[in-house]
Write a protein that binds this ligand. Structure first.
Ligand SMILES: NC(=O)c1ccc[n+]([C@@H]2O[C@H](COP(=O)([O-])OP(=O)(O)OC[C@H]3O[C@@H](n4cnc5c(N)ncnc54)[C@H](O)[C@@H]3O)[C@@H](O)[C@H]2O)c1
Length: 471
């Protein structure tokens, strides 16, 4: 493309054209902390060769989309995962297997497409690294940056001049520049914003949602200099059909993701608190929400368990950052407390309902339907269904969990619980915990031991005439 000539404003006529252009370039270099000519090299640099670091729920769909247009390496430290993906199978069920196989084949016969590796040396051929590793919390609910720091250390070892590292993992504002970039600088010996650059583009996918998929969700992008922000934005624009939003800085992009999830968490905590209040008044919360929802500006949130590694985790990242700056967040953390106690409330409510029907509690048999943290996906990370399970167990109740999506071995490994894949018993209490599609047509009456059996619906999907209570 032909460059547009730089036009000098008339009030700067005291300078020659050349002097004017040189001064502008110097200004760009100065604000971006670059060497002469470098900003030009980076902006119009080589084609993107992309390596995705971490091939989970976020990394795999991203690798597949980029691989339709670019040369992509999918990298993960989990060798089993790399082998599984290389063979065209995906246990997260997030990616289209057809697409996965297509991009693997594409790579065999062209410059674009996807291949996989767990060998760090394979990363050396690439110039754009997108980090999608987990960002969990530890037992004290503080951010655990170990995977992010380890991935940065690894990248630092293979980083070259002109490379770009984009983080997608959910973090607190400032994490990329304050925690990750120093590790990249230290291990690579290169200088940030001179030798290598950074971007941050938070992921917004919703596991299990086959409608709002990666390319259909507007993506926030950012870069460590204005020119790099444009380059990062250009990269994502090339695959996201819903478009992009270029944020003004890495911190703004990081903060935007943190507050999206914190806002949802706080809103759900409000309706969860209403559920706790209305339970004492014998009012059905969903009936109240339906009535209030007829006003145009009433926000339609539903009560429920808040699990998973996003909404139930990310607010702690924001809170951690706020506390490090001397501010103790009240709304954010009170929302977390309410939501974290909902499993215990459900279990206690079920026991009260059983006692009201004169059931013997110790030795009773209960069935929990669903353990995944949300419907129609196998993801069991930070599922709050286990709170119901362990609370019921404390009453001496014999509890079974059924889930058609979750992997039994993974549940056993994570929570030491044996889930069942078939329902063969009769139960004194049945709790619908996750709204998997399979449960919409389930014959709930056939699961009851007798008329005293209790049915509790945490998702309001079961016919009202069949249930004893719902959230
Ligand atoms: N799952 C979601 O719906 C979702 C949505 C938006 C944002 N996020 C964020 O995206 C990030 C990734 O989440 P996810 O759900 O994909 O996690 P995941 O656990 O499904 O996948 C992460 C992958 O990274 C790999 N990994 C860990 N350390 C590594 C390292 N040092 N080098 C290379 N690979 C490494 C793991 O083996 C795993 O395969 C998190 O920060 C999460 O909060 C997730």
């Amino acid at each position: 493309m032909k460059k547009r000539p730089l036009k000098k404003p008339h009030y700067l006529n005291v300078f020659s054209n050349n002097a004017y252009i040189q001064a502008i370039n110097q200004l760009i270099r100065y604000t971006n902390n670059m060497q002469p000519g470098q900003e030009e090299n980076i902006i119009s640099s080589k084609p993107f060769k992309i390596a995705i670091i971490g091939l989970g729920y976020v990394g795999l769909p991203l690798a597949i989309e980029f691989a339709k247009k670019y040369d992509v390496l999918g990298f993960d430290i989990n060798q089993e995962r790399v082998t599984e993906l290389s063979e065209g199978s995906d246990r997260t069920k997030e990616a289209s297997i057809e697409d996965l196989k297509h991009v693997i084949e594409l790579k065999k016969s062209s410059d674009v497409g996807l291949k996989f590796s767990f060998d760090v040396a394979a990363l050396k051929e690439y110039n754009t690294f997108i980090v999608t590793v987990p960002t969990p919390i530890n037992q004290f609910k503080a951010p655990d940056l170990t995977p992010l720091i380890k991935a940065s250390e690894m990248l630092g070892k293979i980083l070259k001049k002109g490379d770009l590292v984009i983080y997608e993992s959910t973090v607190y504002p400032g994490c990329t520049e304050e925690d990750c970039v120093p590790v990249l600088e230290k291990t690579s010996g290169l200088k940030f914003n001179t030798d290598f650059f950074a971007g941050y583009s938070p992921e917004r996918i919703n596991p299990g949602d086959k409608i709002n998929t990666l390319t259909k969700i507007k993506k926030v992008t950012s870069g460590s200099t204005p020119a790099i922000a444009e380059r990062v934005d250009q990269l994502y624009r090339s695959i996201i059909t819903a478009g992009t939003h270029k944020a003004s800085s890495l911190k703004v992009a990081e903060a935007s993701k943190a507050i999206e999830n914190a806002q949802r968490d706080v809103n759900i905590s409000f309706v969860n608190e209403l559920a706790l209040i209305f339970d004492r008044m014998n009012i059905d919360t969903n009936d109240v929400l339906d009535a209030a929802g007829t006003k145009w500006n009433f926000l339609k949130y539903k009560p429920g368990l808040v699990g998973g590694h996003c909404i139930g985790v990310d607010p702690y990242y924001l809170a951690h950052k706020a506390e490090s700056l001397g501010y103790h967040p009240q709304v954010i953390l009170s929302g977390r407390r309410v939501n974290d106690n909902m499993g215990m409330f459900v279990a206690n409510k079920v026991v009260k309902l059983m006692i009201n029907k004169e059931q013997k509690i110790a030795g009773a048999k209960a069935l929990i339907l669903g353990i995944a943290f949300k419907e129609n996906c196998p993801d069991i990370r930070n599922t709050r269904v286990v709170d119901i399970y362990f609370e019921l167990k404390q009453f001496g109740i014999d509890v079974e969990i059924h889930d058609p999506w979750a992997d039994a071995a993974e549940v056993k490994h994570e929570y030491s619980i044996d889930i069942v894949k078939d329902i063969n018993n009769k139960y004194d209490a049945i709790i619908l915990a996750v709204a998997h599609n399979q449960y919409e047509t389930l014959d709930f009456n056939s699961l009851k031991r007798d008329e005293k059996s209790v049915i509790f619906d945490t998702k309001s999907i079961v016919d009202r005439s069949l249930i004893d209570a719902r959230l």
